[in-house]
Write a protein that binds this ligand. Structure first.
Ligand code: ADP
Length: 480
């Protein structure tokens, strides 16, 4: 059993063994590692290291910061198998998907290695003949990145790569369920020669580390991906020191299938958007609105394809759906299915959940589950399930579908399927979501902006937009 360490000011720091955090393999329930239970002291040390490293890192020429990121990218590609295996081991996703995530994660490093060189300012025509106005962009300062367990690599690089490109230094707090991938990435940052203190990693109690970060004036930016509940708390806490904050929170994505859709394509994209990572993504389609005239046909086609989705240990060849992350998740999914059936939904496919043992001695698995006759009041139609459940609701008109889709406090992703060009534009413009997939269930890519409307978050990550959150704009006024 390996004892992993935290990375603070270029040193690998052990915690006390008795307080270590246990990491489990969600497919088997086996204890696979210990990571340190860092607290206030370690978090402050990490912030101090980042604060002291900041001026030198920010002053480096952009191409030098870019070259460090290019080296990290190369290392990630070289070590793709190793990183993917570690990810499957601690998170459960099928190995092939984990490998896909390594490329996705490395893509952000590649993109921001380039973006580092394009932090342009502006000269603005002054209204006074003897004045000159410049607007330059500078790093916001020390950044705290708090990341979730569902994408243990990509959620880290999507934050750290633009932060480093912008000239910021970082304190990273990964999810307690998946700290090993984060530790591996920090090893690669070190191997790439990134100076000490520029990236720091603390593991331990989210509450203690979170509070320490939020109270410290030296942390100027918090970038968080996780639940809406914790996001709201961080937003409140950020008021005390007026921290800059970016939030990627929960979603409740609608997926609308119009009668003029290519149904085979709609089925494939729906499955991709729903079943990736066992439905544990914030952009997973969570409610399927299907136009009445094609409902039976769509359900028939889905049922036919769901048979191919083998559930099991993500390390096994051929498995397409791994375990859910833990018992809480499993219980919530089961509760959603039970509630729907009790309220009159029809179980069309799946429905079984199983567990290999008791407590921490076995993984938690859920079969892909298709429900029809779902209605508005059911929990599956109101809340994010974060599991492989497909609830189908029928609709009659385009207006009705849009209204139902927008009837939520969330606004992250939405998908719809149609072969009509004018409907594509019309519906895309009316949906109140930050990401719209038109005949596309796989929207995530490093070049594009990712983020939500309403209570799904603040700010955008990815693409050239994603570096803006790590920059301040400074107005320099010169009188001649
Ligand atoms: P999820 O439901 O995806 O686990 P969470 O919001 O609970 O979402 O967790 C996302 C990240 O936020 C994790 O790294 C977690 O440890 C961290 N976290 C949880 N509670 C707090 C908190 N009170 N303050 C700061 N970070 C927190």
């Amino acid at each position: 059993m390996e004892n992993y360490k935290m990375y603070i000011n270029g040193e690998w720091i052990s915690g006390k063994k008795e307080n270590s955090i246990k990491v489990y393999n969600p497919a088997t329930g086996e204890l696979i590692a210990y990571v340190p239970n860092g607290g206030e002291k370690e978090t402050k040390e990490a912030i101090t290291a980042a604060y002291e490293a900041l001026p030198r890192w920010a002053d480096l020429p952009a191409n030098v910061r870019s070259n460090y990121l290019k080296k990290v990218y190369q290392l990630m590609i070289e070590r793709q198998e190793e990183i993917a295996q570690l990810m499957t081991f601690e998170q459960g996703k099928p190995l092939k998907e984990a490998l896909g995530e390594v490329f996705y994660a490395a893509g952000f490093v590649d993109w921001y290695a380039e973006e580092a060189k394009r932090i342009y300012g502006e000269t603005i025509p002054a209204w006074s003949p003897n004045k000159r106005i410049l607007a330059i962009k500078q790093p916001v300062g020390v950044v705290a990145a708090i990341t979730p367990w569902n994408f243990p690599a990509a959620m880290i690089t999507r934050k750290i790569a633009p932060a480093l490109a912008a000239g910021c230094t970082v304190v990273l707090k990964p999810a307690s369920q998946t700290p090993l991938t984060a530790i591996k990435l920090c090893q690669l940052f070190e191997e790439a020669g990134i100076p000490k203190g520029v990236v720091n990693l603390v593991t331990g109690s989210a509450q203690v580390i979170g509070n320490t970060i939020m109270e410290d004036k030296r942390v100027r930016k918090v970038t968080f991906t996780g639940s809406t509940e914790v996001g709201k708390k961080l937003m409140e806490q950020s008021a005390k020191t007026v921290k800059n904050i970016s939030l990627e929170l929960g979603g409740h994505a609608p997926l609308i299938v119009f009668e003029d859709a290519n149904l085979d394509k709609a089925v494939e994209e729906a499955l991709a958007s729903k079943l990736r990572n066992c439905g544990q993504t914030c952009i997973a389609s969570n409610r399927f609105y299907v136009q009445e005239s094609i409902k039976e046909e769509f359900i028939g086609k889905l049922k036919n394809r769901l048979k191919d989705f083998i559930v099991g240990d993500g390390m096994k060849e051929g498995v397409l759906i791994g375990p859910v992350i833990d018992k809480n998740s499993y219980d919530k999914i089961q509760q959603h299915i039970k509630d729907a059936i009790e309220q009159g939904a029809k179980l069309e496919f799946g429905g079984k959940s199983y567990h290999n043992g008791i407590s921490q001695q076995g993984g938690y698995f859920v079969e892909p589950t298709l429900l029809s006759n779902v209605r508005k009041g059911m929990t599956v139609a109101k809340e994010e399930t974060f599991g492989p459940v497909l609830p189908v609701i029928s609709f009659k008109t385009e207006e009705e579908a849009i209204e139902m889709a927008n009837d939520t406090d969330y606004g992250l992703a939405a998908y719809f399927f149609t072969e009509s060009l004018s409907r594509s534009i019309r519906v895309a413009e009316k949906l109140e979501f930050g990401i719209i997939g038109v005949n596309d269930g796989r929207t995530s890519t490093p070049q594009a902006p990712f983020g939500g409307y309403k209570e799904s978050g603040i700010g955008r990550e990815g693409g050239h937009f994603g570096i803006e959150g790590f920059l301040e704009i400074k107005h320099i006024s010169i009188e001649l």
